[in-house]
Design a protein around this ligand. Sequence first.
Ligand code: FE2
Ligand code: FE2
Length: 365
Amino acid sequence: MEPTSQFFSINLSLLPLQRKLPIDLYINASVKGKIKFVRVFPKDDQLTENFREQLQKKYAQFYVPESQRQDYFLLLGEYKKVEEVRLVKEMAVDHLQKVFESANAQELTQQLKHSPQVVQQMGDALADKSIEELKIMIGQLSFHDFYTFDHSINVCLYSLCFYRMIYPKASKEKLMTMGVGALLHDIGKLKVATGIINKPGSLSDEEFASIQKHPEEGVQMISPLIKQLDQKINWQEVLKVISQHHENIDGTGYPAKIQGEDIHHMAKVCAFADIFDALTTKRSYNEVVSFEKALEILASLQNKKLDKKMFESIMRGMGKGLAQVHKKFEIDHKFDPSVPYRKLEIKEKASRTIKETAHKVIKTH
Ligand SMILES: [Fe+2]
Ligand SMILES: [Fe+2]
């Protein structure tokens, strides 16, 4: 295992001062390909403001050993809600970066061993948050240029919330499996050229066909590794999420064009979260829709792309009566959450096409 994988990066400004810290702090002092981490602060010592400033002047990035991830997370328990989500997101970004940058199967296996813990931290941070609160927080927390990381984490957070709403009695194992599946749902995009993944505007048939391969690519990456991974996670179900999250209820999805009950329930939940995030999270060039409009668009996709019963459970979970969702807006049936759009083709029911503009979005938020 690479020594770099034994550490995760943290934000020094967020550590509490004047109290014993349960973690060691390291810096990366690697030179010319020789990897070396040096400890700059010992566990059980107190961090003073002065010393923190000195460290920040001297070094750009700080690391904590993977073995102390849980201690670090417990330490953060004192922070407010949004800070908590921000921190778990930051840790999840760090984790996904390592997953996506693994050079070979062995490295990927090592990284995937940490995925359940990262998901657990995300689940814990969500305990008392509504989808609306979460959406607002996610809107404030888009700090990464590489969209796939942010998107994977958002889909994981939303999937965990949706899953709890649909299956309030779900076991911890099921919830964790759902979260790991959602976190890794787009891992196959690693095998698709970045130029295509990030290309705004219309894609050629060939480019779209290449994007459509990502569910199968993901399965091929993960399935040979699952024997070596944490068996509390049902990896066969994780594979279903990866392979089926673009299947539609009406059989018009991909890659297998399966429909209805043939689609795994976790893949259906992931599809909800995938579309919800694609509609509501700002990317560098797109516009986003408001929370209420996103719900109306999801409503219009019932029995087409999305499962009707699940939609109803999610609405109930949000405390919304179905009568409150008017299905006034619908989105072009070709809409695919994997494709970067400059403009979302949203129609007001049986009337004109409304081209959302960035200007409008600023006003609605
Ligand atoms: Fe996808
Ligand atoms: Fe996705």
